[in-house]
Structures are given as structure tokens and as C-alpha cells.
Design a protein around this ligand. Structure first.
Ligand SMILES: Nc1ncnc2c1ncn2[C@@H]1O[C@H](COP(=O)(O)OP(=O)(O)OP(=O)(O)O)[C@@H](O)[C@H]1O
Length: 697
């Protein structure tokens, strides 16, 4: 039976073809098997560099370009173009097999030949070349063929390399780009998904190579599968995974595992694929969880796109972690009365006053959350012995005794009022789960892991037995936006030796990514497992405009200019929901909504938006976590607004917490700035935020 492969680049083009052409393409390829048997429709090119390219008639005007094997009957659809363009496209190119990865690649040989002489001339005059520090043996080991090696040797800067992305063989370009981004040959090797000691592949067997390239070619067995691929042409992540993403999503781990990586590197994509994979294996229920309802709704939507059968879908449950703890709690105790933030502050305030304590209520609340709840402290002796690693202010025994008295009174007050906080519900739910011998889930998958509190981690740990593939954790500590710092080891989650790091950003442009990363440079950020995380090697392969930074004298001018910017995006054809506006405070987000309304632009708060709302999304930076838009404006990034004074513990109260607060605020701005796919606009009035120093001009 003939096998048809669909190349990733074609699927992207397919989404942009006119509907009538899309329908015709679908019809032609639904009958592809008959067509190839009849041997009628595939036409050989006369002046081809690669004799294996064929064209196929779509209609009078359009032609498909198909790669046909020398033997066997597996075909790959590469392009659909107007007649002459299709022939010209195929005539310039060659298909090959990468010796290191075994993957199939296409190169635009004509472009390589046309560019080489000028690059060589420039290289002769240049003092240094881009890959002077890497020997031929390493480049060959990384899969470079003779032509690409010669090409790499005349490159003098990374801009030339970036410009060659469209014509060099894909994996070979990836290897060069990884080296140019500062990765070692070994790191590049690992990223390409090549096992250590892997023998070179047979570069003559194209059919095997196509089958070995799932990140680029999806093989369809019949018309139904074909329709399914064509149904969501822009959701490429459903079908084509980077080798590292694929490996992590499908691996069998002897225990818990995790994936890390910068913004937009596909951690959520991997988490979804993993959930799907584990559900397919069918060992038991899979929980997919995270820390907010907005995020769990977007995970749910992603899974709906991915899960192809009801059986698989039924095994996966998506819910955010507080929802899970509340459910377990309420099954036993019924509804819980939740203590509101304001009430909590009042209780602490009264205790401070009554005991005449030299601490603020914020300090006490943090001490309760970050020490007592985080470490399951239940009595004075345990509190005296507890680690206060994340807390800067040193306390003497007498002060600790005072603090314990305050915390004890607070907990007694909660009991007296019969009220709960999300954390105490979580603690109780964990206790209930610990009593059960049957755990509710066989696998737990956590997204945005950096923002879970230790009590939430304990709940999740208690929801699944320790076993192979029990927990899978996706997160990025550079995007931590709450004060929750956790050591996975201390919670009983061991991921050492079972971690993967993603480095290619699929969301944002290289310009936006580089600018945003500048904001974090030099910040020491933990990796939740006893070491420091790094941003080394993060890169994007797409280019666009640099971020636009604008300062104003007063807020009124800033917001008016924002409305003008949004109008400009809309006029350029960006749809309202593809625009996101982030502000540090709810109040500023509300002002933005008012200004948009006055300008006649539909706006919707992210807290209330439904998928179907045709409006610009406006919300706090916190709400932007995990989301993405074509264009993003981050407003109010002034010296007094970011960070806001009330979010930063005074240095004289607690030095370490002060530093952590600043880091968290910096990361929050980083999160907001890494949401756009195409354009970023950042504005302020008065002096810019200190976080922009060195960037804002
Ligand atoms: N293999 C892939 N092919 C195409 N697109 C991809 C791939 N992997 C991820 N993407 C796209 O990249 C974008 C970012 O992916 P995702 O949200 O999973 O990243 P993330 O690492 O979780 O991001 P963040 O940490 O910033 O929330 C999404 O639009 C996703 O569809």
C-alpha cells in the first residue's frame, strides 16, 4: 500500500491557500493511492538536480511537488504552488539523508551555489571566521555533508548563518546554529536527538530517512488520517515535534522526570503530548494540572486538539491544583468557607497589636506560608528547628517564640471561625489522600511547575504512587511569578538524571527574545533541584521587528499612544484577540479598557474573556502567564509602577525576601514581554522602570 508523507512546510502553506485550492488538494491526495497505482499523475522533471522529485496535477493552475523513492511506494508531499513556481522550486533543490541524525533534509542547492562565491570573497578579507573554533571532524560528526561544510567554512558572522536557514539542509543548519549560540558539539549532538556512539546512517536510504523524521514528515495511512492532518493546518505542534520534544514525550522513565526550558520552547506542548502518550498506554488515569484556571483551560483546549479517541480523552483529567484539593476536601467535609485576603490581613493585624510584635502582618503571613506550611511545622519545637532558608531576617530564640505564638493564635482563629485558606484545604486534602491505599491517578503531569507551593507539591505527590512515569514536571524558574520556592527533593520527587532542557523558542522572534533575556542577565535563579538554572543556548529561528520602547511625560499621553498603537495593529490586519495588553495592576488594566472603549476598540478583560470574544485581551502581567498573542503591549513600566513599592519587602525588614521580591517582579516583566509572537511594545510615563535600565533609550 502506498504511504503518503506530508512535509511540515507544506502544511504551513496549506493553511494559507484559498479554500477552493485546499479542497482540491485534499481531493487529489485522498485518491493518491489510486493515482500512484495507475502511475498516471506523477510527472518527472526534466531539468532537476534531484531525479526523485515529481509533480502532481492539482488543477489547471496548481501543481504539487512530491518526493518519490527510487524503490518502494512511500511518497512525501513537499509543496503546492502555481505551475511554473512548482517546477522552479523543485529544479533548485535536492533531498538528502543526514549522516548523523539519519533524518531526511531538503536543501536549495541553487541558493548555496549562488551565495558561496561572495561569502568566500568576504571571508578572505575577514580577520576571523564564524566556526574557526570548531574542527572539521566535529562538524562532520554533527552531520555536515561536504557542501555544507564548505559553506560553513566561509561564514564570518551569525547574520550570514541566519540568512542561510532557508536554503541549507535543516538539521545541518540546526547544528551550526546551536554551535553559534554557544552550545558545545556534545550539547548540539544531544539536542539533535543523537544517541552517544551512534554510527553514521546510510545516506542512500531516503525512504528509511523519511520514516525517521517525524518532526518534519507525518505519514498518513489513508484518507481519514489525511483529513485529520489538514483539519488544523496551523497547529503544527500537534504533529511535528523537535527530536528532543519527541524523545521526552514518549520516553519511559524509571521514576519522575521533568522538562525545563525558556519561554516558548514547547514545554506545554511536551506536557500535552506526554499526557496523550501515557493515556494511550492505558496504565491508568492521567492528571494534567497547573496553578491557575486560565492555564488549565488552555491545557484542556490543547488536549482536545490532540486526543483522537474518546477512550484516550476519558483517561486524562485536566484540573488546576486548587480545584483538585477542593474536590478531595469537599468529598469528605462538604463545602468549605474560604478566608478572604482582607479578613486574613485583619486577623494578623489584630494579633500583631495584641502581642505587641515587632513584625508586620505581611511578614507573619509569609512566615506562615513559606516556613510553617511549606515544612509542615505543627508545634513550637519543630518551628524552632525549621529551616528558614528562603527567609533573610535572622531570628533569635525569643523572636521565634513570639512568632510561633502569633502563628498558633492565627491557626486557632481559623479553627474557631471554621474557615479555610487554599493552603489549609490542600494540607487537609493531602492528609486524606495519604490515608488511601488506592491513589486517584497513575500519572501526574504538572505544567508551570515553578509556581506551585510546597503544600500543592505534597498533594500531587500523595495523589500518585511512587512508580515508573509517576510524575512529569514542566516548568521554567526564570518565569516564577510568585514567591514559591521549592526543592523537589525535599518533597520526595526525584528527577536527577531524568531531566531534559529545551532551547529552541517557537513562539517569539529572535529580537524580542534577545531583548527580554537581557532583562534577566546575571540573575542567579535556582533550578528547583539544588543547582542554578541557565539561559544559555536559548534561541529563536524567526526574525522580526525589535521591541518598540516608548516613554511619556504623563499617563494620559501614554494611554492615548497605546490606543494609537493598537489601532495601527488592527489596521495592519491583526485580529483583536491576537492582541494582548499587560499591566502590573488591575487598576491600570481597567484604565486601559476605558481608553480602548473611548477609542472605539473592543477590549475584554482576560479574567472574563471567552474564546469567542472578538476583542483585544487586557489583563495583569500575572494573567499573561502561559498565554501568547501576535502583538503584545506592556504598559505602565515606569520606575514607581514596576516594581510597585507595596510588592517589595523593605530591605531593612528582610534582606533576602527583598531580593527575592525584586527577582520575582523582574521575572514577571520577563513573562509579559515574552508573550508576543511578532511584535512587542513597552511603554511608561515618567522615568522607566529600573528593570529596563540598559535597554530603554
Ligand atoms: N514542535 C513544534 N512545532 C511547532 N510549533 C511548536 C512546537 N513546539 C511548540 N510550538 C509552539 O510554540 C509556542 C510555545 O509553546 P509552549 O506554550 O508549549 O511553550 P512553553 O515552553 O510552555 O512556553 P512558556 O514557558 O513561555 O509558557 C506555541 O505556539 C506552540 O504551539
Amino acid at each position: 500500500m502506498a504511504k503518503l508523507g506530508i512535509d511540515k512546510d507544506f502544511l504551513r502553506d496549506f493553511g494559507e491557500l484559498e479554500r477552493s485550492v485546499q479542497e482540491r488538494v485534499t481531493e487529489v491526495f485522498a485518491k493518491f493511492e489510486d493515482a500512484t497505482h495507475a502511475g498516471l499523475h506523477l510527472e518527472k522533471l526534466t531539468h532537476a538536480r534531484d531525479g526523485r522529485f515529481r509533480t502532481i496535477r492539482i488543477d489547471k493552475f496548481w501543481r504539487g511537488v512530491v518526493l518519490a523513492p527510487e524503490t518502494g511506494d512511500s511518497y512525501t508531499l513537499l509543496k503546492v504552488l502555481p505551475h511554473d513556481d512548482a517546477y522552479a522550486w523543485a529544479a533548485r533543490r535536492r533531498a538528502s539523508v543526514n549522516a548523523a541524525t539519519g533524518r531526511f533534509e531538503i536543501s536549495d542547492v541553487a541558493a548555496v551555489e549562488a551565495t558561496m562565491p561572495e561569502l568566500a570573497r568576504m571571508a578572505d578579507r575577514a580577520p576571523k571566521r564564524l566556526f574557526d573554533g570548531v574542527g572539521d571532524a566535529d562538524l562532520v560528526r554533527l552531520g555536515l555533508d561536504v557542501e555544507t561544510l564548505a559553506f560553513a567554512r566561509v561564514l564570518t558572522d551569525v547574520v550570514q548563518l541566519e540568512a542561510s536557514r532557508t536554503f541549507l539542509p535543516q538539521n545541518q543548519w540546526d547544528a551550526l546554529y546551536g554551535l553559534a549560540a554557544g552550545l558545545t558539539p556534545e550539547e548540539v549532538w544531544a539536542e539533535l536527538g543523537v544517541a552517544p556512539g551512534q554510527e553514521p546512517y546510510d545516506t542512500g536510504d531516503l525512504t528509511a530517512a523519511v520514516e525517521r523524521t517525524p518532526e518534519r514528515v507525518v505519514l498518513v495511512e489513508g484518507p481519514d488520517e489525511l483529513m485529520e492532518v489538514f483539519r488544523h493546518p496551523f497547529a503544527l505542534w500537534r504533529i511535528y515535534l523537535h527530536p528532543t520534544q519527541h524523545q521526552v514525550a514518549q520516553a519511559t522513565f524509571s521514576g519522575s522526570a521533568r522538562v525545563t526550558g525558556g519561554p516558548g520552547t514547547g514545554k506545554t506542548v511536551v506536557a500535552l503530548h506526554r499526557a496523550h502518550h501515557l493515556a494511550r498506554l492505558g496504565a491508568g488515569p492521567v492528571l494534567v494540572t497547573t496553578f491557575t484556571s486560565t492555564l488549565s483551560a488552555s491545557l484542556e483546549a490543547g488536549l482536545r486538539l490532540l486526543a483522537d479517541s474518546a477512550g484516550v480523552r476519558d483517561l486524562v483529567e485536566v484540573r488546576h491544583v486548587d480545584q483538585l484539593s477542593y474536590q478531595i476536601f469537599s468529598e469528605r467535609h462538604g463545602r468549605a468557607a474560604i478566608l478572604r485576603d482582607k479578613e486574613e490581613k485583619d486577623i494578623w493585624r489584630k494579633i500583631v497589636k495584641r502581642l505587641e510584635l515587632p513584625f508586620t502582618e505581611t511578614f507573619l503571613a509569609e512566615e506562615w506560608r513559606q516556613v510553617v506550611l511549606a515544612q509542615q511545622v505543627t508545634n513550637a519545637a519543630e518551628y524552632l528547628a525549621a529551616k528558614r532558608a528562603g527567609r533573610g531576617r535572622r531570628l533569635g530564640t525569643r523572636q521565634k517564640a513570639q512568632l510561633w505564638q502569633a502563628i498558633w493564635e492565627f491557626e486557632e482563629e481559623l479553627k474557631r471561625r471554621k474557615v479555610w485558606t487554599y493552603e489549609t484545604i490542600c494540607v487537609e486534602a493531602t492528609r486524606l489522600l495519604a490515608e488511601r491505599t488506592e491513589k486517584p491517578y497513575r500519572h501526574v503531569i504538572v505544567d508551570e511547575a515553578q509556581d506551585l507551593h510546597p503544600v500543592q507539591w505534597r498533594l500531587l505527590r500523595a495523589a500518585v504512587c511512587e512508580s515508573p512515569d509517576d510524575m512529569f514536571i514542566a516548568g521554567d524558574t526564570h518565569q516564577r511569578i510568585y514567591n514559591n520556592r521549592v526543592s523537589l527533593r525535599e518533597i520526595g520527587i526525584k528527577v536527577a538524571g531524568r531531566s531534559a532542557r529545551l532551547t529552541i523558542n517557537y513562539r517569539t522572534t529572535a529580537e524580542i527574545l534577545a531583548w527580554s533575556l537581557g532583562m534577566l542577565r546575571g540573575e542567579p535563579i535556582d533550578d528547583m533541584d539544588g543547582s542554578l538554572d541557565t539561559v544559555a543556548g536559548y534561541r529563536s529561528q524567526v526574525h522580526g521587528l525589535p521591541p518598540e520602547l516608548r516613554g511619556f511625560r504623563v499617563q494620559k499621553d501614554e494611554l492615548e499612544a497605546l490606543a494609537g498603537q493598537v489601532r495601527q495593529w488592527l489596521d495592519a490586519g491583526v485580529k483583536p484577540p491576537e492582541i494582548g495588553i499587560a499591566a502590573r495592576s488591575n487598576m491600570l488594566a481597567d484604565s486601559v479598557l476605558t481608553v480602548l472603549e473611548r477609542a472605539g476598540i473592543p477590549g475584554r478583560s482576560l479574567a472574563k474573556a471567552q474564546d469567542s470574544d472578538d476583542a483585544v485581551r487586557v489583563g495583569t502581567m500575572h494573567r499573561m502567564k502561559g498565554l501568547e498573542f501576535r502583538c503584545v503591549a506592556v504598559v505602565g513600566v515606569g520606575e514607581h509602577q514596576v516594581p510597585p513599592a507595596n510588592a517589595i519587602t523593605p530591605v531593612e525588614e528582610d534582606e533576602l525576601t527583598h531580593a527575592h521580591d525584586l527577582q520575582r517582579e523582574r521575572c514577571l516583566l520577563f513573562v509579559a514581554c515574552t508573550r508576543p509572537r511578532e511584535q512587542l511594545y513597552v511603554s511608561w510615563h515618567g522615568a522607566p522602570s529600573a528593570f529596563l535600565s540598559g535597554f530603554a533609550g
